[in-house]
Design a protein around this ligand. Structure first.
Ligand code: MOS
Length: 734
């Protein structure tokens, strides 16, 4: 085994992607496709008094305009709209359901036409009369309405008292604005009407079975069968975890016309989907003179909608990461008249750890200790919240290898002390932490007598490399060249998988494939034993392995039979096995990934322009299945961190309750010119407890801590601490 696991195998879907052969949700064509265009609300709250579609209907080529008053039947109960990852509390939004307006940009009508341009033009002719209602969209203005949501982290000691008595104190408020995922691919669905009440839905999603279950409930009265397919996803970052409204609208259109329909949202319309909630983070750290922590107080206040309660763990990371006898965590929500906030790129951790790691840097300054040294003095070998050991935690190694690669020891601690010509140079560092999650996933393997295997599973590949790692694991476990493995993913008719998120799919899918490959091996062994005079007659499953297209004794490599011979003896031309893999519930250890991030910025002293010239990210995430695809994920996440630190912010005009920069020109994101040298290091982290293959998963770990490392570097360069993201040059010059 392990010819491929751990090697930098290139993406098996790479050729399909670069040649355009890979098809995304809006690429599935059909004769006579109908195109949809959305009419969106221009007010954040109220009711539709009247909606006049007559002008739109007069446009040649317009087939129909759907509104809440004129649309196919939909379920009436809340439960039908609760997808697998919907917040527990609340009543999910129902697209085109009734006259209520819950947020700006809410779809109010769907124009269906022979072509997209016609649909889009006609959509501008739909007239809506509103009964507008008073609304709130400003977090800062609504702080008095913040309410506490219970979280599992337990307080320790008396954090208020310990803070008051601490020798060195640091207290500050940090702010992360509303951010949008902005995947390159627009949200889109193409619904094919297959006849006999069957619909095939090509959807941009991180979970085909989630969408399948959701649509099946909403349209239980009218559709017999939904099949949801999403072979390629052009980025999602959490935006595709919940089914988005365009898929419901596309199905409504298909049902209304009994024709196949495509709907692609505009970039602007995607700002009415979920987002990373604006969050206020308040940190109060109390330290002893020796640089150990006496108290951690962490309070987060985040945005949710009026109709659902979305929140993630922002504060718990503080108590998990660092040793402190006294901790207190409070998580609050403020309800605004906006869409429900959602998961985005390490939800909770990206925001909470930004604040924690900025505060730790400020504490290091107050203590006059090197920021890395402070982390080492507060280091904990146990999960401090649950008082549990880790299955593995190679964060020490991340700190050390990252520091060595970056050259941290050369840092002059004094702010504004390092220069490169006209630029101020700053070096900052931070810690990252995420969870090593694993979920039940099923896989199917069809092995043919000629030594080819097809591996299939409903899991998505959201660009992370799932196709490739599935092929690597299957190739190793089946003892076949990777070219002999074909992988089918993201079709709801395939074996069970949850949404691809939380960085859990690599561990989860790998074990599903490994487990079903063991069943294939056992079945081949049965065939071997049935052969008279078999060289493997006395062997048990664990005594044999598949290698080089043969079933081989582990003890004596001379005892072997080829797959083709075994299949021939059994009279088979193919063998199919399918299995659901679950993980034993083991709460004896904490399971986390860690990282150390070192960032260099250069700041133009006159203009305040900031460039992130170097980032070193050293990651401990158990066994790395594929350093190439995993490295790409961490690199992409670092770019996301640069965006958080310097660029990204949805700017609200509260006078209209609307986002002013709902486009990719004015919602800034890092482009190539903003991205310089990024070095990713995977430190060795053997782990035989987290799961049999020792896999923890990457992706989200790559962004956590990056914004703090950059903010800390900006402080080191300029002597100016900016706590509200993004750090734009106006804030530096102010
Ligand atoms: Mo991720 S934010 O779980 O797609």
């Amino acid at each position: 085994m392990t010819a491929y696991i751990g090697t930098p195998a290139s993406r098996i879907d790479g050729r399909a992607k670069v040649t355009g052969e890979a098809r995304y949700a809006a690429d599935f064509n059909e004769q006579n496709l109908v195109y949809g265009a959305v009419v969106a609300s221009t007010i954040p709250k109220g009711r539709i008094k009247h909606i006049d579609v007559s002008q739109a209907l007069r446009v040649a080529g317009v087939l129909k305009v759907l509104t809440h008053q004129d649309r196919p039947q939909m379920a009436a109960d809340d439960d039908a709209y609760k997808d697998d990852v919907a917040p527990e509390e609340g009543s999910p939004y129902r697209p085109l359901y009734d006259d209520k307006i819950l947020f700006n940009g809410q779809p109010l009508a769907l124009v269906l036409a022979d072509d997209w341009e016609t649909a889009r033009f006609a959509a501008t002719l739909v007239q809506v009369d509103y009964d507008a209602a008073p609304y709130v969209t400003d977090l800062q203005a609504q702080l008095s309405t913040a309410y506490v949501v219970p979280k599992p982290e337990k307080p320790r000691g008396d954090a208020a008292k310990a803070y008051a008595a601490a020798q060195v104190r640091h207290e500050a408020e940090y702010f992360i604005p509303t951010e949008y995922h902005n995947p390159m691919e627009l949200f889109a669905s193409t619904v094919h009407v297959d006849g006999a009440g069957k619909l095939t839905v090509y959807d941009k999603t991180q979970g085909v079975q989630n969408v399948q279950g959701y649509l099946s409930k909403i349209f239980a009265g009218s559709v017999q069968e939904f099949r949801v397919i999403s072979p390629f996803v052009g980025g999602a970052f959490g935006a595709g975890l919940r089914p988005q409204y365009q898929v419901v609208l596309t199905v409504l259109g298909a049902l209304a016309l009994d024709r196949s329909v495509r709907l692609v949202l505009t970039r602007q319309q995607m700002y009415a989907l979920g987002y990373r909630p604006a969050t206020i983070e308040r940190l109060a750290l109390g330290a002893n003179a020796d640089g150990t922590l006496a108290a951690i107080n962490h309070e987060a206040i985040a945005v949710t909608s009026q109709f659902e309660e979305f929140s993630r763990n922002d504060t718990g990371w503080s108590g998990l990461l660092y040793k402190s006898p006294n901790t207190k965590f409070v998580h609050k929500l403020v309800r605004l008249d906006v869409p429900t906030s959602s998961d985005m790129r390490a939800p909770g951790a990206a925001t909470g750890v930004y604040a924690l790691e900025s505060a730790m840097d400020e504490l290091a300054v107050a203590l006059d200790i090197d920021p890395l040294e402070l982390r080492l003095r507060c280091y904990s070998d146990r999960d401090q919240n649950e008082n549990l050991p880790y299955t593995s935690k190679a964060l020490h190694e991340c700190y050390r290898q990252g520091a060595d690669a970056f050259g941290w020891s050369q840092r002059n601690p004094k702010p504004r002390s390092m220069r490169d010509g006209a630029d101020l140079v700053g070096w900052g560092m931070a810690t990252g932490v995420w969870e090593a999650l694993q979920m039940p996933v099923a896989a199917r393997i069809v092995l043919t007598a000629n030594g080819h295997a097809e591996v299939s599973c409903a899991a998505s590949d959201i660009g992370t490399g799932t196709y490739t790692i599935v092929a690597q694991v299957a190739a190793d476990k089946l003892g076949l060249p990777i070219e002999n493995i074909s992988v089918k993913l993201a079709d709801s008719t395939l074996p069970q998988a949850p949404v691809e998120g939380g960085s859990w799919m690599a561990a989860s899918a790998s074990h599903a494939v490994a487990s079903v490959a063991d069943d294939i091996r056992d079945e081949l062994l049965k065939l071997a034993k049935a052969v008279s005079g078999s060289p493997l007659a006395g062997a048990a499953g664990a005594d044999v392995t598949l290698a080089g297209g043969r079933l081989v004794s582990r003890k004596d490599a001379g005892r072997a039979m080829s797959i083709s011979d075994l299949m021939r003896h059994g009279g088979l031309d193919r063998m199919t096995k399918e299995k659901l893999n679950t993980f034993a519930q083991d709460h004896s250890h904490a399971r986390n990934t860690h990282s150390a991030i070192y960032a260099e910025v250069k700041v133009d002293e006159q203009l305040g322009v900031i460039r992130v010239t170097r980032v070193v990210s050293a990651v401990a995430a158990g066994r790395i299945l594929n350093p190439k695809t995993a490295g790409s994920q961490v690199m992409g996440s670092v770019v996301g961190g640069i965006g958080m630190a310097l660029h990204e912010e949805a700017v609200y005009d509260h006078a209209f309750g609307r986002i002013m920069n709902a486009n990719v020109a004015e919602y800034h994101m890092p482009v190539n010119a903003d991205v310089h040298d990024i070095k990713v290091i995977f430190v060795d982290e053997p782990d035989d407890q987290v799961n049999p293959l020792g896999i923890k998963g990457v992706g989200e770990i790559g962004i956590v801590g990056v914004a703090a490392a950059i903010a800390n570097a900006v402080y080191h360069a300029t002597g100016k601490r900016v706590r509200d993201l993004p750090i734009t040059l106006d804030k530096l010059k102010a």
